[in-house]
Ligand binder design. Structure first.
Ligand SMILES: [Zn+2]
Length: 339
């Protein structure tokens, strides 16, 4: 099967199918590896993932002539609509499977980490264990979160396409979400499974492992509650999405949505939850945000902190009054006993 005639059998690309998926379906038909098939298309030595990222007009025309498919159909299988910054977001295969799609079919949308439903079937993706996000969060909670995730995904899509994001670009939001707002600490009581005393001794290492504490858990407390404690931390910045699990990517996309909807409110919530060291890191993460936003954050944070101090002082005073009363009762009892 050499030469430059037209291939006798060519599969039509499926909806939203990527070039690497189409080539991987075609190659076995001709008993070839993918790189042999790419060579048979007249592009010897080219990597199929490079081709699906950017296919030059000449390369597109070459494949079109060999397959009988239109050059537009070839280009539609590439990621040409994405800007260069987004390349690290593209997984080599579907990130999470759709239960209705054939296993060997890889669609473009399923390569991006902020998609949680199959574009064709509309059903939820499943993680490696077959679990859906509705299973994990509960259907009602997931439905509520999905609204924020849609806002987050729209923002991430616009960034990936290279649209100018003047207020808050996606990487700037992710830097804040993945900032370590508190010192790393071992699993707290809520995060530990119920254990017998013997188990506690056996799992001493688990119970004392410091877990990174990131702003994501403040902005998306629902994630904090359902994520397995050891798999809770995400990687910093854009890598959190590029390398995250289905659950982590969903939480990050919800977080992006919430911050875009109200950046000042969420920045203050994170700062109020921060410890001294983490506070500096969060401030650092916010420093590339526009000046007008940072001014609002500073002004409102100052007020929020003052209110928090006032609340704590009032609580302390109430506690003192309480313990004073208690002491009176105690001393009374004491007098009563000895008299
Ligand atoms: Zn599907």
């Amino acid at each position: 099967m050499t030469g430059c005639g037209r291939l006798p059998v060519v599969y039509a690309p499926e909806a939203d199918e990527r070039l690497s998926s189409w080539a991987a379906r075609m190659a076995p038909f001709y008993a070839m590896t993918v790189s042999e098939f790419v060579a048979a298309l007249g592009l010897k030595g080219h990597d199929v993932f490079d081709l699906e990222w950017r296919l030059s007009e000449g390369q597109g025309a070459l494949i079109a002539a060999r397959t009988g498919l239109s050059p537009e159909a070839m280009q539609a299988m590439t990621f040409r609509e994405l800007g260069s910054a987004a390349r690290l977001m593209i997984a080599r295969k579907n990130r999470s499977p759709c239960p209705h799609c054939p296993e060997d079919l890889h669609r473009k949308a399923a390569a991006l980490p902020w998609r949680f439903r199959c574009k064709v079937h509309g059903v939820e993706f499943r993680d490696a264990t077959g679990e859906t996000l509705s299973d994990r969060f509960g259907a009602d909670c997931f439905k509520k979160l999905e609204g924020h995730a849609e806002a987050g995904a729209a923002h991430l899509d616009a960034w990936a396409r290279g649209a100018g994001q003047e207020t808050l670009a996606a990487p700037e939001v992710l830097t804040v979400l993945t900032a370590r707002h508190r010192r790393a600490s071992p699993p707290n009581v809520d995060e530990q499974p119920r254990m017998s005393l013997k188990d506690r001794r056996d799992y001493h290492d688990f119970l004392t492992t410091p877990i990174l504490r990131q702003a994501l858990t403040v902005v998306v407390p629902e994630y904090d509650q359902v994520a397995p404690v050891l798999a809770k931390p995400v990687r910093p910045g854009l890598h959190a999405l590029a390398q995250g699990s289905l659950l982590q990517c969903f939480a990050l996309t919800v977080g992006v949505g919430r911050i875009i909807e109200d950046p000042v409110k969420w920045a203050i919530s994170v700062m109020l939850e921060s410890d001294a060291e983490g506070h500096g890191r969060v401030r650092q993460a916010i420093s590339p945000w526009p000046l007008s936003l940072r001014r609002s954050i500073s002004a409102r944070f100052w007020r929020a902190e003052r209110d928090e101090r006032a609340r704590q002082t009032a609580e302390k005073a109430a506690r003192q009054r309480q313990s004073h009363k208690y002491r009176l009762i105690q001393s009374h009892k004491y007098r009563y006993r000895i008299s």
